[in-house]
Design a protein around this ligand. Sequence first.
Ligand SMILES: [Zn+2]
Length: 234
Amino acid sequence: MSYCVNCGVELEASLRECPLCHTPVMNPREAGSKLPPSPYPTDKGQVEVVKRKDLGILVTVVLTAAAATCLCLNLLVFNASLWSLIVIGCCLCLFVFAFPAIFYSRMPIWLTLLADGVSVAVCLFLLTFVTASDEWFMQLGLPIVAFLTVCAEVFPLLSHFFALSTLPCALCLFIEIPAFCVALELRIRHYLGQPAHIVWSAVVLTVCVVIDIALITILTKKRLRNEVRRRLHF
Ligand SMILES: [Zn+2]
C-alpha cells in the first residue's frame, strides 16, 4: 500500500499519478522506474588545483627574477658592497627547500636533507663576501651546518635499516639534542678563545639524560611500552 507524497491519499498499486492532486507516483524499488533527477549539480564546481609544473615555473621565475634584479641594482646603483649575494643565497636556499615539494616529490629524504644543508652552507659562504673576514664561517657557520645536517641524516639512515617507530625516534632525538648543544657550546667557546667548559649545554644534557632513561625504561618493558602506545595513540 502506498500514499501520495503530496496530499497523503491512499493509492492503488497500478496508479501512475494521484487521482486527487495529479502528483506523479514513483516507486524507486519498481523495476525500470525512472528516478527523479538529483537536486544536486553533477559538476563539482571546485577550483582546479594548481599543477605542480606551473607552480614550479612560477617559483623558478620569481626567485630568478628577484636574484637577477638585485644583482643588477647592486652592480649599477648601490655598489658599495656585494649585498646582492645575500639575496642570491636566500633565493638559492628557497629554491632548494621548495624543490622536493614542488618539482620532485619522490626525492629520497637523505638527499633532500643533504641538499638543504649544502644550500645553507653556500648561503653562509656568500655572506662572507659582505663581512670583514670569513673566519666566522670557517670556525662557526660551516661546522654548525655540517653537524646539523649529520644529525638530521641519522633519522632517514636509521629508518632505512630499521623500521623505526615513534619511541625509538624520540630516543634518538633526545640523544642528538644534547650532543648538538654540547658541540655548539664548545665550538663557540673555541671561536671566542675561552676554555673548553660546558655551562648551558650541561643543563640541556641533564634534562635529556633523564628523558633518555625514561624512554629506555619504556622501550625495554614490553607492558609499559604497549600501555604508552595505547594511551598516546601511536
Ligand atoms: Zn495527491
